[in-house]
Design a protein around this ligand. Structure first.
Ligand SMILES: Nc1ncnc2c1ncn2[C@@H]1O[C@H](COP(=O)(O)OP(=O)(O)OP(=O)(O)O)[C@@H](O)[C@H]1O
Ligand SMILES: [Mg+2]
Length: 241
């Protein structure tokens, strides 16, 4: 679904990403971890086609990146809910923009367990509920590629684990290819079939792990991988920080 070959990106003189390569098969999840400012959001923006790589090659489903690709859905770091629209209207926003029927928004709200909140306003929701609205908005569009930028960072530990499980069940039901940016090593290992570790800016790949034990928080393999990812992060900071 995604192929990156030596992708680099700079904002004028600020080099944000350098020589990033990976391949993500359809139906798999990729978790990206790295220190603040290392280029994670930049990488998602590139995959979404909002930025063009300065160097290297990046394709999605075999095609050059394109911001109008209908199957790609991006959930930004701040959820992007409009305060003057109800939950139902917020969830339908992507459908309205694309001229599609709105009833899929109700289905998506039901699937994510907040259908009864449809008439509320965003300020009447908890952080976890707002996050669910943002995910429902994306799901309503039936994406084949879901890009998420630190979706759970504002949540308390228990709600966060609940949302991780929700995401996992969405993946199990739809087989959606996902890229998840996170600061949390344990979240990356719980949710990523692949885990890519970036160094401090300019982000370079300092570790890349395959993870056979997705969806398992207790096994030995899970704890070993958490340690390996932590080692890679620390080594990246020591060598490039
Ligand atoms: N529009 C911009 N113009 C100039 N520099 C930018 C711009 N956007 C981001 N940067 C810089 O590029 C680097 C990478 O930014 P990016 O937002 O991708 O980091 P990040 O890994 O997502 O960080 P965080 O974990 O804090 O969200 C940072 O050093 C940032 O200051
Ligand atoms: Mg970011």
């Amino acid at each position: 679904m995604i192929r990156a070959e030596s992708v680099g990106y700079s904002y004028k003189e600020t080099v944000a990403l350098r020589d990033v390569s990976f391949a993500l098969p359809a139906g798999q999840t990729l978790a990206v971890v790295g220190p603040s400012g290392c280029g994670k959001t930049t990488l998602l923006s590139l995959i979404a086609g909002l930025l063009e790589p300065a160097t290297g090659r990046l394709t999605v489903a075999g095609q050059p990146i394109n911001p109008r690709r209908p199957g790609t859905s991006l959930i930004m770091q701040d959820y992007g809910l409009l305060p003057w629209k109800t939950v139902r209207e917020n969830a339908a926003l992507g459908l309205i923009i694309r001229g599609l029927p709105r009833d899929r928004a109700d289905q998506a709200l039901a699937e994510i367990g907040i259908r009864e909140l449809g008439d509320r306003w965003p300020h009447q929701l908890s952080g976890g509920q707002r996050q669910r609205v943002a995910i429902a908005r994306s799901l309503a569009l039936d994406p084949d590629l879901l890009l998420m930028d630190e979706p759970f960072s504002a949540l308390d530990a228990l709600t966060r684990e609940e949302m991780q499980d929700t995401l996992l069940s969405i993946w199990q039901r739809h087989g959606t290819t996902m890229v998840l940016v996170t600061h949390s090593i344990t979240e990356a290992v719980y949710l990523g079939h692949q885990i890519m570790v970036l160094s401090p800016r300019p982000g370079q790949v300092v570790g890349h792990f395959q993870n056979p034990s997705v969806g398992d928080r207790r096994s030995r393999a899970y704890h070993e991988l958490v340690n390996n990812v932590r080692d890679a992060l620390e080594k990246g900071v020591a060598q490039h920080g």
